[in-house]
Design a protein around this ligand. Structure first.
Ligand code: MN
Length: 345
């Protein structure tokens, strides 16, 4: 595996020169954050981004992510033009030698939590989710009450979008995903870019919206929509690990055996009830994910791709983007490398 770390660009309070000081981290996971969803990424901008990372002695290992426009997920007539622009961005990645693209196919909401700073007994804070809390959030006033999404949608645009999804059930969403991949994967394949879908987080429907990338059967189905090595997965232990029915090592062996794991997100979650969890320190003993068994499975499939510690808690008084402080993610990066060395890679 190759140790990587997410960086939110020049506006990230964690600068590249700090990330460089985490032992072993050579790859950066990043994106262009100011291109409108649906627009093609200008190659010069991507080139500039890659150069900024190279200047700090690292390289862009993964683009996370190029967002998929809602019209594509909804199957609207505008999707063909939007998909063509998406392909343009993928081609630009390939020309710059950036090998992996992490994306997701979640309707309206990406990752969702009900608390961005839940206090843990040691005085740190972590992201947390509770389905019963989510049920109390009233979306008729927009996303103002949804942690992390406050500024995303006003009442009018959110209600229009929610209304549009009333005609899109899980099977329809699968059809729209297939339509997207049938057009993008061949382009990615010839550009030497690997598509790596991120599982839905949390891995169950929310607000009545379908969520389909949730378990072993779904990941298998995904890879067969377009049966090409360029059509693979970001295996996120935190997202998938929120559902106790997911046997993560078995899923890694099945998917990895077919060469479809292109990127690893390794973080731990502590399941505290039915559809209730909080993010925890990375080591196995603090959460519900056995990270050692995850690493053993990755060793067995000969995983050689990028891995990042995904989220971290807020510790040592750090302030910043929820889940994306420097300190706890750096601890996670070191723990993961220690496990990796220990399992004999
Ligand atoms: Mn993740």
């Amino acid at each position: 595996m190759k140790a990587t770390f997410r960086w939110y660009g020049e506006s990230d309070p964690v600068p590249l020169r700090y990330i460089r000081q985490i032992p072993g981290v050579t790859g950066i996971v990043t994106a262009l954050y100011d291109v409108a969803v649906g627009d093609a990424w200008p190659r010069p901008r991507l080139e500039q981004l890659a150069a900024a990372v190279d200047d700090e002695g690292m390289h862009v290992a993964v683009i996370e992510s190029i967002p998929v426009h809602e019209d594509i997920k909804l199957g609207r007539a505008t999707r063909d033009r939007l998909i063509e622009r998406y392909c343009e961005s993928v081609r630009a990645m390939g020309e710059l030698g950036i090998p992996v693209l992490c994306y997701n196919f979640m309707p309206i909401f990406d990752w969702t939590r009900t608390d961005l700073a839940m206090p843990l007994p040691d005085g740190s804070t972590a992201l947390a989710y509770d389905d019963r809390q989510l049920a109390k959030i009233d979306l008729s006033r927009g996303t103002g009450d949804l942690p992390g999404w406050a500024a995303a949608y006003d009442a009018r645009s959110l209600n229009a979008l929610l209304g549009a999804y009333e005609n899109v059930n899980a099977e329809r969403l699968w059809e729209h995903l297939a339509y997207f991949l049938e057009r993008v994967v061949p382009v990615a394949s010839s550009a030497n870019v690997k598509m790596a879908i991120h599982p839905d987080d949390p891995p169950w429907p929310i607000f009545g919206l379908p969520r389909i990338i949730t378990d072993a059967a779904a990941l298998d189905r995904l890879t067969r929509l377009v049966d090409d090595p360029a059509n693979g997965v970001t295996f996120c232990t935190g997202s998938l690990g929120a559902d106790p029915a997911n046997d993560l090592p078995a899923m890694i062996r099945a998917l990895g055996g077919r060469g479809r794991i292109h990127f690893m997100h390794c973080r731990n979650v502590l399941r505290t009830g039915d559809r209730q969890f909080n993010e925890s320190p990375h080591p196995s003993c603090f959460g519900s994910v056995n990270m050692l068994e995850v690493m053993r499975a990755l060793r067995d499939i000969g995983f050689a791709g990028p891995m990042r510690p995904d989220h971290g808690r807020m510790i040592w008084g750090e302030r910043g983007r929820p889940g994306y402080g420097l300190y706890d993610r750096a601890l996670g990066a070191m723990y993961l490398q220690g496990l990796w060395e220990g399992v004999g890679e």
